[in-house]
Design a protein around this ligand. Structure first.
Ligand SMILES: C[S@@+](CC[C@H](N)C(=O)[O-])C[C@H]1O[C@@H](n2cnc3c(N)ncnc32)[C@H](O)[C@@H]1O
Length: 241
């Protein structure tokens, strides 16, 4: 993830207000159409850092956007299912995939997490900045956690609620509506662990922390943001103590 790209995400998310999930595809399509390219095309740095030590297998990228993470995974030997509600984003992802030479390792699916969950389970499930406007974060990330096979890895990265981009309209607001929007959309690693039950004995939590990083806003302004990072392994039955 380039810093700038997620600056854009935050701005766009805030303009969507709290729409019903029926309009999720339309809302996100509009967001993507607002710019020829929303994200940088580079993989998210926490993904690269956390996945580098894993043996490649099958991966699910939930909320894959324009596909940079999915393609990075494919380039590193993973067989990827990449899901997003936005057909516009997926068209761009597929175009990048065709140029990359690794597209044959990625299946792009247009699905709405409000009505869809995968039938199969994966060696790796990655949710990067899955800050949906249409449902509480607990619901979308429950789908991600449930898709991890025994022995597999869950990797969740999001904007930490105390380290949001200052150019996001509700980032520093004190109004009830701002607080509600933050609680609906953003989470800490500790909240992921507690509210999704990502904890022993079923899970081994390898990383649950906040990481700061420098970011560039839409008008070139610099800021230090914080990412919530969770990496956990779902233990196989025989490994559960
Ligand atoms: C902030 S973007 C992050 C994109 C990408 N993971 C990245 O880090 O660049 C959130 C993504 O979630 C997708 N999304 C939002 N609501 C969704 C839903 N209900 N079902 C599936 N995808 C959804 C959006 O279309 C968008 O691409």
């Amino acid at each position: 993830m380039a810093d700038h790209q997620h600056s854009r995400a935050s701005n766009s998310e805030t303009s969507h207000a709290e729409a019903g999930h029926d309009g999720a595809a339309q809302l996100w399509d509009e967001m993507y159409r607002s710019r020829a390219r929303v994200w940088s095309g580079r993989p998210n740095p926490q993904l690269v850092a956390e996945v580098a030590s894993l043996a490649p297998g099958t991966a699910l990228d939930v909320g894959c956007g324009e596909g940079a993470d999915a393609l990075w995974l494919a380039e590193h030997g993973w067989t990827v299912t990449a899901v997003d509600v936005s057909a516009v984003a997926l068209e761009r992802a597929a175009a990048h995939a065709a140029e990359s030479g690794f597209g044959h390792r990625v299946t792009w699916l247009q699905r709405d997490l409000a009505t869809w969950a995968p039938e199969e389970r994966f060696d790796l499930v990655s949710a990067q900045f899955l800050h949906t406007t249409e449902m509480p974060w607990q619901r979308s990330h429950r789908i991600a956690a449930d898709a991890v096979r025994p022995g597999g890895t869950l990797l969740v990265v999001g904007h930490h609620p105390d380290g949001l981009p200052p150019w996001a309209s509700h980032a520093a607001g004190s109004h009830d509506a701002d607080s509600h929007a933050r609680a609906h959309r953003y989470f800490t690693a500790e909240q992921l662990v507690a509210e999704l039950g990502i904890a022993p004995p079923e899970w081994s939590v390898e990383v649950a922390e906040s990481r700061e990083r420098e970011a560039t806003g839409p008008d070139g302004q610099m800021a230090i943001l914080a990412d919530a990072v969770l990496r956990a392994t779902r233990l196989k039955a025989q490994d559960i103590p």
